[in-house]
Design a protein. Structure first.
Length: 80
């Protein structure tokens, strides 16, 4: 009986001292953020999108991507 009272007292104390925790929005107005920052990702807290990262690397990276993309299409998606 003593252990039941101890467990009940501990549970009551835990319930009384627990405080609610609410999630905080990372970006308050995602539409406005996306309008003014089209190359940043709203869901990632403003990190650059993959396209923006590729653009930032310069034309050599874009040409390398185009070359690998063309090779992929000629090997995998053959005309029948």
């Amino acid at each position: 009986m003593t252990t039941l009272k101890t467990i009940a007292a501990a549970a009551a104390l835990a319930v009384l001292t627990a405080t609610p925790v609410f999630a905080q929005a990372a970006i308050q107005e995602p539409g406005l953020f996306a309008f003014y920052h089209p190359n940043l990702d709203v869901l990632n807290g403003g990190a650059p999108t993959p396209a923006a990262r590729l653009e930032a690397q310069g034309p050599a990276a874009l040409q390398a991507y185009a070359l690998t993309n063309d090779l992929h299409h000629t090997r995998v998606h053959r005309a029948r």
